[in-house]
Design a protein around this ligand. Structure first.
Ligand code: 9UX
Length: 69
């Protein structure tokens, strides 16, 4: 299992947090998602044989938030 931290811009409320968390959790291969609303850091564990960082970026961006690469 791999671990990564995504730096997400624009999450300001609990609903933002839920949207980002849910979008990531819906991706096959993503195991755990922890959102820190104060810092915008999103810690994920995932199977890199199944899902890519790129796919995670897209899933977050599809919810309307920017990801700093
Ligand atoms: Mo509430 Mo979060 O309008 O964007 S969902 S701030």
């Amino acid at each position: 299992m791999m671990q990564a931290t995504l730096d997400v811009k624009g999450m300001t409320c609990g609903h933002c947090e839920s949207a980002v968390k849910g979008a990531l959790e819906n991706l096959e291969g993503v195991q755990t998602v922890n959102v820190n609303l104060d810092t915008g850091k999103v810690d994920v564990t995932y199977d890199d044989a199944v899902v890519t960082i790129d796919a995670m970026h897209e899933a977050v961006e599809d919810q309307g938030y920017d990801v700093v690469a």
